[in-house]
Write a new protein. Sequence first.
Length: 636
Amino acid sequence: MKRLYQFKSYRSRLLFLLLGLLAAVLLGVFYLVNQANIANARIHLAETLEITASSFAKDLQYRERILTDKVRLLSWDFPFKRAFATHERETILDTLENLRDRLGANVMMIAGIEGALIADTLHPEARDNPAVLDIMVNAAMQTDHGEASAIQMIDGVAYQMVVVPLYTPAPSAWILIGFTIDDAFTHSLQENTHSEVSLFYRDDAQWQLISSTLSSAHRQALGEVILSRAPQKRQTLDIKLEQQTYLTLMVQSQQGGAGEVLAVLQRSLSAALEPYMRLRRLMLGLFGIVLVLASIGIILMARGLSKPIELLVKTAQRIELGDYTRGVEIKRADEIGVLAHTFNSMVGGLAERDRVQSLLGKVVSREIADELLSKRIELGGEEREITVLFSDIRNFTGLCETMSPSDMLMLLNRYLTSMSHAIEAQSGVIDKYIGDAIMALFGAPIALPESPVNAVQSALAMTEELAQLNQVLAAEGNATLAIGIGINTGIVVAGNMGSRHRLNYTVIGDGVNLASRLESLTKKYGVSIIVSESTRHACPNVPFRELDKVCVKGKKQPVAIFEPVPDIDPERLVQHQQALDAFFKQQWEFAARQFSLLSRKPADKILYTLYLERIQAFQEQPPPAEWDGVITYSEK
């Protein structure tokens, strides 16, 4: 930190201090003003939302009182009682419809004192009780005065309902009256409070929007928010709708029925902050002018330094592109001259290193070359978890017998180039080529968190690359190739191995051997790729098909083996697992039927024929009691 303030000239020190102080003051003022305005806006909006919540509650109470007063008068109305006394449904329904229109209501119902429906203006032909009738009557029976009110849903529309008894003179029926809760109601509340109002209703199902002052896009976005989170009562929070932030207050209540009503009251934070935004733009303009003037002063003072620095930058850009042929020519005795001399020395060192690295990169992979050049080269290694991939061409020896050495070498180079591209595209490192075999590392020498996934994706890409190469080979009249790939994830020893005069960066250990054994097993199961259980568990998003439980040569512990099948039909994968589970449970007949059906696909013929042969053998001679389904292979 001390060296930061050690300037060679007083002008540089003064310029740095003044510009730093100016920037600190401007940023501090801007930050304080910004925070104060946002805090004040939030306090004002929160108070406004509380007022809106009170207005909402009062409006509901006012509407409820009006409904109750109207229906109370109706319950003592003599002409209505006389119409009810006729017990003629059509007469009662006509009377209800006339009263509904006269009172300005949207729905009226009447039911017997036991709750049976007599007439319903919404459903004139209905005979059965609607759900809302039972809910309202039951609620009224629980009160001392036989009256109840609630917001209820009828045919997907929200109604504010009131129920009172009809006296003749004793209670002889129930009268229900209701007004719709629609956008007109929320807009009237918005006119008084200037807040956005949305009402949601929920019975036994999820919340549904019944009215709102928001636009269609914002309504949909708010509905998704309400469905994804539990409403928080009387707590102000931020909700983002279509890139616009609203300060939101949720008021949740029970209205005496089976459902719940949620009022979502909102004010736009950006709209509230608009006056401050104008002030902030003005402040930014002033700050910009100050910074421009300061920048002009800096440019004038630093003009004497800019030209040599630009020359250094251009030379550095050429070096970045690999051009080490020219250095910089700056003849000065000050710090810039010393920097130019040091820079030219660095260019020579980089040129030498690039030549060494280029040569080394043709012998080993680029990652291993970087590892060797970045560390002290010595024998030894370290334990680390990596994923090892082995691949091999099937029947390579027989193929060599049909081709000349030069043709075989050319074919092998084409194959290795294609496969290496697929491996390196997934951050894999080619450890070595062993004839037609490839050993690749994922996670060494550079540790990567997704190494198992990269290895599996690389194997799938290798099979695709091989398919394309085979098309070209077939068109040329050459024999096509088939490969096997084995993948395992485990702890190995990675490092420089060999003699003190000749080193090789590689990995050794049981995890490497297992990957090689799995590659050999691909021929037995008729698949191209086999991965170990450890690799499979490290790739939760890749679909796999379990192949078997095996104990390979050199290992005493059994291991489950899998094949990545990204394009398999899910139903076929389920059928495969059912057949495999039945096999391990010794349910031979069911397993045989399933394997027979699965074997109809030519690509899986070898795999399922293998199991069918095992089942036939076990049916003739059952396995011992301690049989665990593990197959032991003694050959490599």
